[in-house]
Write a protein that binds this ligand. Structure first.
Ligand SMILES: NC(=O)c1ccc[n+]([C@@H]2O[C@H](COP(=O)([O-])OP(=O)(O)OC[C@H]3O[C@@H](n4cnc5c(N)ncnc54)[C@H](OP(=O)(O)O)[C@@H]3O)[C@@H](O)[C@H]2O)c1
Length: 245
């Protein structure tokens, strides 16, 4: 397969890239700084390519996907993303704009670039890395939750539109995975999983062409309860004064 992964210079994206490369697939990763890749990455995996791309720059994203695919692309994983870091309780709109730009526009540009190629093939698989944070509003993470909710709904909608036309669309919602992104968190991270195990599970869900994959299972249960519970109860969890039905 030919696979393009945005944000594959560390964390989940890099672990996914290595897992696919070990199976002999051709894999491109991209990031703003490909020097972050392990020094021996390209020499260890001759079928790997790396592109310096900022996913907020549409032309850069489209060009990298086109240059790598040369007319053939089987799988696009829109994984590049950032979080808001320190979880402030006052909105930082500059940070919000950045989060939305990378986590939402970055996915749109990657999907557009991939579909430009896949349309000519009449097949292909788009994957968006969302998050369990996309199911509800969490404290100090307004833009991150909004961005992941957008990716979730985008994938669900595209899945309905494109699956009957022969394309697959998958939304992945990981719980906590141990990566540079979560290492900055100061709050507890239940069911934390290492990136290799996370990548193994994501890869399996992609192979099964699941439209939605929320994991690990215990996190899925927790998120489902939090998502479906009456909102006044949800607000009580966060001790919101005057929370009422
Ligand atoms: N870790 C978790 O617990 C968790 C849970 C749910 C969802 N996720 C999602 O999983 C995805 C990967 O996160 P991770 O945990 O693996 O974090 P990570 O190790 O920090 O990786 C993020 C990747 O995104 C790239 N990136 C960020 N901004 C970019 C930009 N403007 N243009 C191009 N690439 C950019 C980074 O590369 P450069 O720095 O080189 O640009 C890096 O390769 C994110 O979408 C994240 O929201 C993570």
């Amino acid at each position: 397969m030919k696979i393009f992964i945005t944000g594959g210079t560390s964390g989940i994206g890099l672990s996914l890239a290595i897992a696919y490369l070990k199976e002999g697939h051709r894999v491109a990763v991209c990031g703003r700084n490909i020097k972050k890749l392990p020094e021996d990455f390209l020499s260890t995996y001759p079928k790997a390519e790396a592109f310096n791309v900022d996913v907020t720059k549409r032309e850069e994203v489209l060009k990298a996907i086109e240059d790598f695919s040369k007319g053939q692309l089987d799988l696009l994983i829109a994984n590049a993303g950032i979080s808001e870091g320190t979880k402030p309780n006052w909105p930082n709109f500059e940070s919000y704009r950045n989060v939305i730009d990378i986590n939402v526009n970055g996915v749109l540009y990657a999907f557009e670039g991939a579909l430009n190629i896949m349309k000519k093939q009449g097949r292909g698989h788009l994957v968006g890395i969302a998050s369990v944070a996309g199911f509800m509003g969490l404290p100090g993470a307004g833009a991150y939750c909004a961005s992941k909710s957008a990716v979730l709904k985008l994938c669900e909608s595209l899945s309905i539109d494109l699956t009957p036309q022969g394309y697959d669309v998958t939304a992945i919602c990981p719980g906590f995975i141990d990566t540079p992104l979560t290492r900055q968190n100061k709050h507890p991270m239940p069911f934390l999983m290492d990136a290799e195990e996370g990548a193994r599970r994501i890869k399996k869900a992609i192979a099964r062409k699941r439209p939605l994959y929320v994991f690990p299972f215990r996190m899925k249960i927790l998120v489902t309860i939090l998502d479906k519970m009456p909102r006044f109860l949800y607000r009580l969890i966060f001790k919101i004064p005057g929370a009422r039905p």
